[in-house]
Design a binder for this molecule. Structure first.
Ligand SMILES: Cc1cc2nc3c(=O)[nH]c(=O)nc-3n(C[C@H](O)[C@H](O)[C@H](O)COP(=O)(O)OP(=O)(O)OC[C@H]3O[C@@H](n4cnc5c(N)ncnc54)[C@H](O)[C@@H]3O)c2cc1C
Length: 453
């Protein structure tokens, strides 16, 4: 069934990052789009109590932003981070580039980006936002969406030719699908939670640390990270187990928090004058991985973004993956000339494997970030990886680069992990490799490994 685009009515549930961007892309193609959002209009109400929270935007996200035709606008509010700055316990700093010269991931404000996307979408006359409207699930017989007005309590249903559930990790749209027979669903919380903290700007408004890096304090089974904001501040995130010796449970008093930071993150204390207030004012939140299938119901309901693939944030890919969903759907609209049953079928068949792959990669990257980045063997491997890529750009790319700086399907990047680990073991077994990491033995081992593939 192919509907005339001009008459096609779309309902999007959730005006978060993915829903707002998706509405721009659909509007550009001429669809009539109604976006329903649980929160009051955050352009007026303010975003998450006014706290600055940021995200890393990388290549996959940029592509969708480009398709939406808004790259320049978003670039203007993004801070490039070409590498990570590792903070040792002794205050030493080590910079590790993420990729080649000129490659960077970007720090963007979550609230700023969401507001920008909603404003851009709102500028299209065929997009209408309905704030304060809470989705209560689907009516499966009619495929209509059930809503409740957050202010009046009025309940009503909305019918549309296409319905997209972009209502995040705890999606109400998905919640209805979960009741269907043969709907697969899993949700998994890791033992760590997170808390956002702040490094405010200096009095003159400048940043207190290097802005062109994602700062990281790896401490074995926990870590602190910091990303720069345009206003001169950094948003820090502490990832720590909920329970155990070093845990949120054991940080109940001002003294405990200060002693913990003094012991593990001493260089941050002079930078965080509001540490104690922030620690007790800001929530401690949990980190969930959601996997499910199928992502559709019939030929007109489709989940995208966190609603069908919420992942832990350690690869900085959750939003990027959701934006990539939009890129892929946009490509399929061309491929199938807007024939939605065909688009939905192919999207389901190909994308779920990739979403599961980035979920696995993100879980694995937590170990890398909190532990391995401080390991000299790992640092040596990073140097060799960079060297190999420079020498053999067509034959070798690190898994990090595949994920952050390419459009290689996530499942392909995941499939490379064990092969790269094997290469890593062989390289590091070369005598005196730490001195000769650019030497002929390294290249010989690489070529042998390549030949065996
Ligand atoms: C600590 C942390 C750090 C992260 N860092 C990064 C990063 O660096 N890079 C990256 O790419 N990703 C990152 N992510 C992941 C990223 O935040 C998500 O992948 C992204 O927000 C998903 O966008 P979404 O639009 O699918 O869902 P959401 O952003 O959750 O938006 C869902 C929207 O739906 C609305 N909604 C929910 N329920 C209803 C309902 N019943 N009715 C109506 N509306 C509803 C919500 O109010 C919200 O506006 C991070 C996540 C966390 C937790």
């Amino acid at each position: 069934m192919k509907l005339d685009t001009k008459r096609k009515k779309v309902a999007i549930v959730g005006a978060g990052l993915v829903g707002a961007l998706w509405s721009v892309i659909l509007a550009k193609r001429g669809y009539i789009v109604d976006v329903y959002e649980r929160r009051p209009d955050f352009r007026q109400a303010g975003y998450i109590g006014g706290r600055s929270i940021n995200l890393a935007l990388s290549e996959r996200g940029w592509k969708a932003i480009e398709i939406a035709g808004i790259r320049e606008k978003i670039e203007a509010v993004a801070i490039p981070m070409p590498g990570r700055m590792m903070h040792g316990l002794d205050g030493s700093l080590t910079f590790q580039p993420y990729g080649e010269k000129g490659q960077a991931i970007n720090s963007v404000s979550r609230g700023g980006l969401n507001v920008e996307l909603v404003n851009i979408a709102d500028g299209h006359e065929q997009v209408h936002f309905h704030f304060n409207q809470i989705c209560r699930g689907l009516d499966l017989e009619t495929s209509a969406v059930r809503f409740e007005d957050g202010e009046t309590g009025h309940r009503y249903t909305v019918e549309a030719d296409l319905i997209f559930g972009t209502d995040g990790a705890f999606s109400a749209v998905r919640n209805t699908l979960q009741k269907l027979p043969r709907f697969n669903y899993s949700q998994h919380y890791i033992e760590h939670g997170y808390k956002e903290l702040t490094i405010p700007p200096r009095e003159d408004g400048s940043h207190r640390m290097d802005t062109h890096a994602l700062h990281i304090w790896p401490r074995g089974h926990f870590m602190l990270i910091a990303l720069p904001n345009l206003d001169g501040s950094f948003t820090c995130t502490l990832f720590l187990p909920f329970e155990g010796e070093e845990s949120f449970k054991n940080l109940q008093t001002e003294q405990q928090v200060l002693a913990f930071f003094k012991k593990y993150f001493p260089d941050t204390l002079p930078l965080m004058p509001t540490l104690v207030e922030d620690f007790f004012d800001n929530p401690t939140a949990a980190l969930v991985t959601v996997r499910c299938s199928p992502w559709n119901y019939g030929e007109k309901v489709l989940l995208i973004g966190d609603a069908c693939h919420a992942i832990v944030p350690f690869f900085g890919q959750g939003m990027n993956a959701g934006f990539e969903d939009c890129t892929i759907l946009d490509g399929l609209m061309d491929k199938y000339d807007e024939d939605w049953p065909a688009i939905i079928e192919e999207f389901n068949a190909s994308r779920i494997e990739d979403a599961n792959a980035i979920a696995d990669l993100a879980l694995a990257n937590f170990v890398e970030m909190r532990d391995k980045v401080a390991d000299p063997r790992f640092l040596l491997w990073k140097k060799i990886e960079k060297h190999l890529h420079e020498r053999f750009p067509d034959e070798f790319q690190s898994v990090y680069s595949m994920v952050s700086f390419s459009h290689v399907p996530y499942s392909q990047a995941l499939a490379e992990v064990s092969a790269h680990e094997e290469l890593f073991e062989r390289m590091l077994a070369i005598p005196k490799v730490d001195e000769n990491w650019k030497g002929p033995e390294v290249e010989a081992v690489f070529k042998k490994w390549l030949g065996e593939r």
